[in-house]
Design a protein around this ligand. Sequence first.
Ligand code: HEM
Length: 189
Amino acid sequence: MSQTIQIDYGPLTGLIGDWHGQKGVDIAPDPDGEEKNLYYESLAFTEVGEVVNAETQKLAVLRYQQKVHHLANDKVFHDETGYWIWDADRETIMHSLQIPRAVSVMAGGIWRQTVQKQNEIVINVAARADDQDWGIIQSPFMRDNAKTEEFNRQLIIADDRLSYTQTTVLDIYGKQFKHTDQNELQRTL
Ligand code: HEM
């Protein structure tokens, strides 16, 4: 007889499903300074299940896919995929992501249950190019011309609402630039 195994995704549980948001604001680098882009996006989280490392580290894993379109002309201008990983024993959230500019991030953060406001779950992860634990890998071209130095992402999950803010610190066009993105999404599935 087969039995469905219930997996505990901890603070990530509320992410599972499909989301849509159209209040996106992107501030991105431009040779003349910065550009502001308004966007809408779809974001989908699916269950991978349980993963065990070295027979001791037990992880609960979600896979996600994000697609971002210009509000003005529907053109896709950001595509992202990766995993959200919950390590309950270490109270740690790990978040790996790839973007098609040849940049990969392995971010992490401690998560502990705190007093919640309106069922909110707040998740913070971060990575730095020079950090041994939570790092950033990028192609030689990107390292030399548009280096991602730091990445910080915050998610707030509140039932059928999800919002995020993120700052990607870049070294581009001869200076440091804070590339920021934020959006508010509703669950569609
Ligand atoms: C909603 C999410 C995001 C949007 C809408 C977005 C959008 C943009 C835009 C419009 C540019 C300017 C260059 C261009 O016009 O193509 C840019 C540059 C860049 N973004 Fe993002 N981005 C997002 C997330 C990220 C993330 C998560 C990373 C890395 C962790 C990242 C890394 C970069 C880098 C390295 C550049 C410099 C490349 C260049 O301007 O030539 N972005 N992004």
